[in-house]
Design a protein around this ligand. Structure first.
Ligand code: AMP
Length: 535
């Protein structure tokens, strides 16, 4: 005989269903019952009362519960099982309702498990064993699949009502969507504007929701984001997909407004073009981190201290555009000089101190002022959530971090490790100017950095000694500077203790090259050093 304890909806339905398939059933009994004659007792009580109900049963029969989220230990010391029908049980449910439903089962002994399986099978459910450690995840999945679906339908119903459309008209659509999902899986079953990439429609939908049921906007935004992830293609490189090239600030603002209206995030990759694998790494990282990727392509005259360098700077927009499109970039923003610096332009952004040393000292303070001014402008034009920069330009990163913090610019800077040729040369747009002989000599920079790393690894902590060894490694190439500085303040350090940035610049032939590395030692002279690329 099977006893059912708990006379709620589930207990009542389960007792009726088991009787209907020929079981000798006692109950449903009230909570706290102690059915001594039963061979098994099934507790159909709220989760919080299971332990109490189990304690009321005198040792002897197998004891089971019907909770999705509760482990078996709550039934100890009984020989125990669990039986959780994956089915809603409304009041007065038809006993046949269980047929075809899934059913999570478990047992503390093979015999207890066999009883759970027999009960589920008798009701024509499909039993599957779910172990204790998987139960909460299983139960959460069931909640998403059923409870949250109802929540979503409730939202749809409210919005539809504002258009005079009744729930009954939505129901066939919901059934068809669920059937399709069950048959083909989520990715295949997805239809509608997001799956089609129709952002305009999604933006109009959001505006309508904001006007009629504004409290549903956060739910809509979250579902749009999750649906986009499911639809997928914009998160992957879309070889050959349409990438737009924009030239004006007005066009960029329109684009940003459309993107923001759909709650999408934007990553910005600032560049001066002539793309190489370093730029590609930035674009890939941006593609993986945000919904929309904007690449800024602008050879900024304000940051060049030599007209000759500016004139000779490599430019090939057609090639750059093809590479960006292949990496899944959404927008190439390539404004002309007049668009960025219209007549009458008179404002600059200057970061004190950090801008004056190393690169600032060699190229003049106007270099970083030019960088900061143009980066401020592009951040204002694009308003990205994230902006990607290379560790290759370590001082630029330090200056921009200071600027973004000081000016409260709402953007997160993301720094990508330096990408190198197999022989160690840091990739740079300027490398194309190197003759074969100078290409070989250019290895002096990365060699100097490796020498510094090695000598620190050997225990040297004196900055002057480290610098001397690194300079020696450069052979016939003269460093414009080779310095050990604090990676944040760029102030020189005398002794390595913690994180230090080794920065080097040199002219190789007519080409000016820079490189750097960060060395980290434990904050004691004897600590084992490590190198790291991230800053
Ligand atoms: P540029 O076009 O030279 O102004 O560089 C655009 C961005 O790419 C900057 O944030 C650079 O720091 C970054 N970048 C340049 N070269 C490399 C490289 N070899 N590895 C990683 N990032 C780089």
């Amino acid at each position: 005989m099977i006893a059912i304890v708990g006379a709620g909806r589930l207990g009542t339905a389960l007792a009726a269903a088991l009787r209907a398939v020929g079981y000798d059933v006692l109950g449903p009994l009230g909570r706290g019952a102690d059915p001594r004659d039963a061979s098994a007792v099934v507790l159909c009580v709220p989760d919080g009362e299971i332990a109490h109900a189990a304690a009321a049963v005198t040792a002897g029969p197998l004891v089971g519960h019907c909770s999705g989220a509760t482990a078996l230990d709550v039934l100890a010391p009984h020989e125990a099982f669990s039986l959780h029908p994956l089915m809603t049980v409304p009041t007065g449910a038809d006993p046949a309702r269980f047929a075809g439903a899934g059913c999570a089962i478990d047992g503390t002994t093979p015999r207890a498990l066999a009883v759970a399986e027999a009960l589920a099978t008798a009701l024509r459910m499909r039993p599957t064993r779910v172990a204790d450690e998987d139960r909460t995840a299983y139960h959460a999945a069931a909640s998403i699949a059923s409870n949250f679906l109802v929540t979503i339908e409730g939202a749809a119903e409210r919005l539809a009502a504002t258009a005079g459309v009744d729930r009954a008209l939505l129901a066939p659509l919901v059934r068809a969507a669920v059937d399709d999902w069950a048959a083909r899986g989520a990715e295949q079953a997805l239809t509608g504007p997001i799956a089609r990439g129709d952002d305009e429609t999604v933006a109009r939908q959001r505006a309508a929701i904001a006007a009629r049921t504004p409290d549903l906007v956060p739910l809509f935004d979250a579902l749009v984001a999750a649906t986009r992830d499911l639809a997928g293609p914009r998160r992957e490189p879309r070889a050959g997909a349409a990438m737009r090239t924009l030239r004006s600030v007005a066009e960029m603002r329109e684009y940003v407004a459309r993107v923001r209206a759909t709650g999408r995030t934007i990553a910005l990759v600032p560049t001066m073009g002539a793309f190489h694998a370093g730029h590609h790494a930035l674009m890939r990282a941006a593609r993986a981190a945000a919904d929309e990727v904007v690449v800024w392509l602008f050879v900024n005259p304000a940051q060049f201290n030599e007209q000759r360098d500016l004139a000779a700077y490599p430019r090939d927009e057609a090639k750059d555009a093809a590479e960006a499109a292949a990496l899944g970039v959404d927008v190439l923003f390539a404004p002309g000089v007049e668009e960025v610096y219209p007549p009458g332009f008179a404002t600059t952004v200057h970061v004190e101190g950090l801008s004056d040393v190393l690169e600032g000292a060699v190229r003049g303070v106007s270099h970083f002022t030019g960088v900061c001014t143009v980066v401020t402008k592009m951040l204002n034009m694009v308003t990205p959530d994230l902006a990607f920069f290379g560790q290759k330009d370590a001082q630029q990163v330090a200056v921009l971090r200071r600027m973004v913090a000081d000016l409260d610019i709402p953007v997160k800077l993301v720094v990508i490790p330096t990408v190198r040729e197999p022989d160690g040369l840091a990739l740079s747009s300027r490398n194309v100017h190197l003759s074969p002989e100078n290409r070989r000599r250019a290895l002096a920079l990365s060699r100097a950095l490796r020498a510094a790393e090695t000598v620190v690894a050997d225990g040297e902590r004196d900055a002057a000694a480290i610098t001397a060894r690194a300079r020696t490694a450069m052979d016939d190439v003269d460093a414009e500077y080779l310095a050990l500085v604090d990676p944040d303040s760029f102030q020189p350090i005398d002794n390595v203790n913690g994180r230090v940035l080794v920065a080097v610049a040199a002219r190789v032939g007519d080409t000016r090259l820079i490189d750097n590395t960060i060395i980290t030692t434990a904050a004691t002279p004897d600590g084992a050093p490590t190198t790291q690329e991230d800053i």
